[in-house]
Write a protein that binds this ligand. Structure first.
Ligand code: AMP
Ligand code: MG
Length: 335
């Protein structure tokens, strides 16, 4: 029984005063949801284990899934990692602030709860003025996963946060996020980088600064335990069109037209769907990334719709990250 749910304080007109209030909340060990350029984050003081515990409770996130720590100043890296690897600064200079998380050996200052007991910590500097100002004003590194219930659709608007999370102390509404898909997560090996999670920054982008390692990502080895097969799932079945089985095609043909939604990337509008949503009007992958989660939220909220079929997008550039999200969103509905 949870009769005394906290009332979210939602700030839409974000002045310096509001940032100061939210930064105070961070310093007091409270939860603040804030926009980044990727998705909305659910933040707490990364150096305060009790505050970080609230993130796991509010998200219903399993304790084995580590959090990314957000900083606003490159010098804060030294607080969080023991590594003196000069490649860190080369990468940071090129991609920060921006959607790239670097996993590094953690310093003793980083509480174990942040890293799920791993001896590494994921660090990034987000490219959003509200996020940067919140971090610098609080004077704390901010641990922040996406501001959604574990396994559900990531938020790209403040409304998406409020829909899922009722126990956030402060929500900073900065409108729709630009990129709309989570950061790329990498780790460094002696021979180069390994991508642990696909995101906006692609392997080709990274190759401009350092080589790709021969090592392969090994999620069984718990290098990135958050990389589960099922994630980002709406509360109703979603299928990738090209992967439909003949049984699923039969079931779909027996479903009323107005209960079915289609997500289009190429601009195709197939017959037989009551609703068509366009990831992009002209096959633009960046536009598709920024629309993806908000279309999934919209169709999840649409009570008329029972089932969603999505077109594939080409797996190049950010298309790789989009297909990663679509496969995970549809995984639990697969036969
Ligand atoms: P989220 O912030 O919800 O998008 O999830 C953060 C993800 O970053 C986790 O699920 C992991 O996959 C990855 N990550 C964060 N910290 C680490 C770490 N220390 N080692 C490996 N992967 C990490
Ligand atoms: Mg997430």
């Amino acid at each position: 029984c949870n009769l005394e749910r906290k009332q979210n304080i939602i700030e839409t007109n974000i002045t310096k005063d509001k940032i100061i209030e939210a930064a105070e909340a961070i310093k007091e060990g409270k939860l603040v949801a804030f926009p980044t350029e990727t998705v909305y984050g659910l933040g707490a003081n990364a150096l305060d284990p009790e505050a970080v515990a609230k993130i796991f409770i509010e998200k219903e996130r399993p304790s084995f899934d580590p959090l990314i720590v957000h900083i606003s100043n490159i010098n804060d890296i030294e607080l969080l990692t023991t590594s003196k690897d000069p490649r860190i600064y080369k990468i940071a200079e090129k991609f920060w602030p921006g959607p790239l998380t670097i996993v590094l050996p953690k310093s003793s200052r980083v509480p174990n709860i942040v890293t799920s007991g791993l001896n590494t910590v994921g660090i990034r500097m987000p490219n959003n003025p509200i996020a940067l100002s919140l971090i610098s004003t609080s004077g704390k590194p901010i641990a922040a996963p996406s501001a959604n219930k574990f396994g559900k659709i990531s938020p790209t608007k403040a409304d998406h946060v409020i829909k899922q999370l009722k126990g956030v102390d402060y929500v900073l509404d900065g409108g729709s996020t630009d990129i709309g898909i989570e950061s790329t997560v990498i780790t460094l090996k002696e021979d180069g980088f390994v991508i642990l999670r696909e995101g906006y920054i692609t392997a080709d982008n990274l190759l401009e600064v350092l080589p790709q390692s021969k090592h392969k990502k090994d999620s069984m080895h718990l290098e990135s335990p958050g990389l589960l097969k099922s994630h980002y799932s709406p509360d109703k079945p979603i299928f990738i069109e090209s992967e439909l089985s003949s049984e699923q095609i039969d079931n779909l043909s027996n479903t009323k037209k107005n209960k079915k939604a289609f997500i289009s990337f190429s601009g195709r509008s197939p017959e037989g769907y009551g609703k068509i949503e366009f990831l992009s009007k002209n096959s633009d992958l960046k536009e598709a990334a920024s629309n993806l989660f908000s279309i999934l939220h919209k169709l999840e909220e649409d009570l008329a719709i029972n089932v969603i079929v999505t077109e594939e997008v080409p797996e190049n550039g950010i298309g790789i990250a989009i297909m990663d999200r679509l496969r995970k969103a549809s995984y639990r509905y697969k036969k």
